[in-house]
Structure formats: C-alpha cells, structure tokens
Design a binder for this molecule. Structure first.
Ligand code: FUL
Length: 518
C-alpha cells in the first residue's frame, strides 16, 4: 500500500467517522454521576432519642443523657462496609437540636455530655473511621431545631447556616449533604414550649443555604425533597416504582406556589417525570429496623438479608439509591443482630453479582452506529464500564440484541444500564429467552437509566437471550448487559411479589426449560 493510500484512509476515517450520539434531555452533573456510582449508603441516627426511646425528641432533653461508653465508629462503619454500602451519612443534628459535634453555634451539643468528659466529637470519629475503611462520609443537619430559642426567626437561619459551615469545613470531603423536609411545629424552643410555624417555601432561603454547601463541598450531592441533586422517593419504605425516571419536575401540593423542600407532592418522587426539567434521581431511604433510632423493643424486627435484597432490587435496581438507616444502641455500637444482617446481605449481593454469565457470549446487534463496532459495538456491554456503550444510528430507536451463550445458562437477574452521560434515552424494553427452539418473553420494563434489574420469579435456563428496545426517544446508548444468578433461597409464597415486569400468571404460561436450578 502506498503511503498516499494509507494517508487517504486515515483522513477519510477521521472525516467520515460517525460522531457519538448527541446527548438527550437534561444530564447528570459530575457530582450526580459519582452519587449514582455509589448506589448504597447508610444513614446513622444516634442521639438523645436513643436514650428516651423516641423518634422525635422535643428539644428539652439534657445532653447528659448521651453517654455511649463503648462508642465505636469503626464497628458501625465497618458493619455498613460489610453490607456492601459505600458510605455513611451521619445525623449530626436531628430535630431535637442536639449537635453531636462540638459546635460553636449552640450550647446544646456533645460537649455537655459526660462522654469523653465533654471532649468528644462523634462526627470526627466517623470521619476517621471512614478514612480508615475506605468509606465516604456524608452529613445530615436537621433544619428544624426544636431546642433553639431563635427557631422561627431569621437569626436561627444564620445559626443553621453557621452549623453547615462548620460541618462543611471540619470533616474533610463529604459525598452528601442531607436536608430533611420535616419542618416546624411544636417544640421546646429555649423554654417557650409552643408551636412555631414557618413558611417552608421561603424560611430557610434554600438557594443561599445550599449555596454554602456548593461552595465549601462542591463534590457533595445535596439531598432534599426537591433535590437540588437527589430527590426523596416519597416514602420511607426503601422502594421506587418499577418505572422510575432520573428526571423530575417537582410539583407543589397547592396551586400558585413553587415547590420547595418540605413543600412538594412527594408521591410524585416515586416515579419521577419522563423528560422532567431536572436530572434529579431518587434516593430510597428506609431504616433497618422499624424506627430510625434504636429501640430495644425492636431488637427482633431487624430486616433480614433477603428483605434487604428485595429493597436493593426495588431501589438500586430501579436507577435510584438505597439509603439504609442504622441505629447504634445506648452503648454507642450496633446490636449484633444488625451487624449479622448487614454482613449476610453483603454476602448475598457479592455472590449474586460475582459473575456476569453473559460475559464471553456472542452478541449480535440489529444495528451498530456507523457500522463501527470498535467504537459503538455490543462488546462494550460486558466490560464493566458504565460509560462505554453500544449505540445505534440516529434513525434507529428500537434495535434488538441477541446474546448467545452457546450453552444452556441458568440465571434469574438481568441487569441493564444506559450511559447516562448521554441522558435517559430508553423508555421501554422486553427480554426474551430462547429454549426448546422457541423465544418467550421473560421480562419487560420502561426506565433503565443508571441501573435496571429485572429479577425473575425463578431461575431460567436458556442458551440465548434477546433484548428488544421497544421505545426510545432517540438512538440508544446502552452500557451494560448482565445475566446473574442469585443464590437459591426463594420460598414459593414469596416469589410473586418479587416479579418485575411480568405477572405471576403470565409467568406460568411461559414453559421455558427450567433445567436444573440450584
Ligand atoms: C425524616 C425525619 O423526620 C426522621 O426522623 C428521619 O430522620 C428520616 C430519615 O427523615 O424526615
């Protein structure tokens, strides 16, 4: 080949190379991408309520109540880590107003407790434990403060902002700043013991307040009912809807006013909004026990590893995150039952996702962008990279993909991901399995986004799987296709509630060779 010919080839491949797909709709920020990648973290509630057996302290509790003689941040953060969680959000101040760090903003803080002779700083201990264990730290500072005498006036908002400044500057990088929507009502308020109502849409001046976090912790994702980065899913049961869009247009509960933190139709957060005006994915929060704080009476009600796996599938498996509440006891450690459940859940997750059974299979796509598999082909679907992807030509919105494993393969979980750097593009898909010479539908769904799991009611043995994209706003950019086998544990009666996309009745009609399941 002449040099000139090679040069022409090179030039034409540059000139005529297919462009990557254009991004679609609103897009995640860098901070939101990092938050999506975390998938799971824990929310730690500990304070006066731990000793008074309440969920919401009134604000008149003596800080001397708090004396966690065996407080061990390593044990608590270590248990979260064993559960597969990537970070912890520490409740630095709950509605009762007690700050568990030695703040300059109020006397009502941990220095008034006998713990470490008033020299302790629980937030610092969590930070150090996170650093040692490779976990990330986030903080929750309740805007509603039932202790503070100034609550309801503008002076309190300055105090709240000063608290955020301390928290954002003393404890290293934070991955999250969590802003609860529960606001106002009755409280101690420095002895006034009265009801104080605030206007949820204006009182906290959220734009300015969140601006402090943005400035001091630019990488932190800010959580609130209406984001700005991560929205509340609208329930405290730990699940999103089967359809759950990362995009969202919040709605106010009444006409004529803007939605705000604590003032939003929160039920809309469960599903989000197709083509919503913000990229504002959902966080699913739920406590490991019935309450957020520790209550000895709930020692036998710790969620089981399998319940946690269900919640994982209904949150992380729907493109949202799982924020699991854990509650140290009066000694300042997690009860051994909680530790055991977290560890077993982590083991279950690790076992389930250890092997992508589709890796090494032959992938045949009905269309590859620019006929250029080296850049946009389906081989990228199993490389474990969330942002490398299979893409189609601009005009092709409903492609098909056949995954041929070459032999009967047993699985019960299918994982799909879009390259969300290019937006949430796909709106519907079905999955079929090939066995006994026939294709049969085994699952279907709508939103994919950062992560989508289809968990089948029982294990399936099939040699080929076909993914049909049945709806997409634009050409697709799918980054992940995985087949997994969850360790067998399902009891028959539990199965029907676990099905995503297909009804149990429908499933029964599907006579795929179930092969030998284990
Ligand atoms: C709620 C609070 O009122 C609960 O006490 C708890 O902190 C939960 C995580 O958020 O809105």
């Amino acid at each position: 080949m002449s040099k000139l010919f090679i040069l022409c080839l090179l030039i034409s491949s540059v000139v005529f190379a297919q462009e990557p797909p254009k991004p679609y709709g609103v897009l995640p920020t860098k901070g939101q991408l990092a938050w999506h990648e975390m998938e799971m973290y824990c929310l730690i509630h500990y304070g006066v309520d731990t000793y008074t057996d309440k969920e919401w302290g009134f604000g008149d509790e003596d800080p001397a109540l708090v004396n966690p003689v065996h407080f061990d941040a390593m044990q608590i953060v270590g248990a979260a880590r064993a559960g597969g969680f990537k970070g912890v959000v520490v409740v630095a101040k709950h509605h009762d107003g007690l700050c568990i760090w030695p703040t300059k903003t109020t006397e009502h803080n941990i220095s008034k407790s006998p713990w470490k002779n008033g020299k302790g700083d629980m937030v610092k201990e969590y930070q150090l434990a996170c650093n040692k264990l490779g976990m990330r730290l986030g903080l929750y500072c309740s805007p509603w403060d039932r202790n503070n005498a100034q609550y309801g006036t503008s002076a309190y908002v300055q105090i709240y902002r000063a608290q955020l400044k301390e928290l954002c500057t003393r404890y290293g990088p934070l991955f999250m700043s969590w802003h609860d929507g529960a606001n106002g009502g009755d409280g101690y308020y420095g002895g006034a013991r009265e009801v104080r109502k605030i206007d949820r849409t204006t009182y906290y001046g959220w734009d300015t307040t969140w601006g402090i976090v943005r400035q001091l912790q630019p990488a932190a994702a800010i959580f609130g009912d209406v984001g700005p980065d991560v929205r509340w899913v609208g329930n405290e049961e730990g699940h999103a809807e089967a359809t759950c869009w990362a995009t969202y247009t919040p709605e106010a509960p009444d006409e004529g006013r803007k939605p705000a933190n604590g003032y939003v139709k929160s039920s809309k957060g469960t599903e989000g909004t197709r083509n919503g005006i913000y990229w504002m994915p959902a966080e699913c929060d739920v406590p490991l026990r019935p309450g957020w704080f520790y209550h000895a009476s709930q020692n036998e009600q710790v969620k089981t590893p399998y319940q946690l796996l269900d919640l994982y599938c209904q949150s992380v498996g729907r493109g949202a995150s799982l924020d699991l509440g854990i509650a140290p006891n009066k000694d300042g450690v997690l009860d051994e039952r909680d530790v055991a459940s977290l560890r077993a859940f982590g083991d279950l997750l690790r076992q389930t996702f250890a092997v992508n059974l589709a890796k090494g299979a032959a992938f045949t796509a009905s269309n590859v962008r620019g006929k250029d598999p080296g850049r946009f082909g389906p081989a990228f679907l199993t490389d474990g990279d969330r942002y490398s992807y299979w893409a189609t030509d601009d005009a092709i919105h409903t492609p098909e993909l056949v995954v041929d494993m070459g032999k009967s393969t047993v699985f019960n979980v299918i994982r799909l991901r879009e390259n969300i750097k290019l937006g949430q593009r796909i709106s519907a898909f079905t999955i079929e399995a090939f066995a006994d010479g026939t294709w049969r539908k085994i699952g279907e769904g709508t939103s994919i986004g950062a992560n989508r799991l289809i968990r089948l009611p029982q294990q399936v043995a099939a040699s080929k799987v076909r993914l049909r994209i049945t709806g997409s706003a634009v050409c697709i950019a799918l980054s992940d296709f995985g087949l997994y086998r969850e360790p067998a544990h399902l009891a028959g009666s539990e199965v029907s509630t676990r099905l995503s996309g297909v009804s149990k009745a429908e499933w029964k009609d599907i006579s795929i060779d179930m092969g030998s399941v284990n």
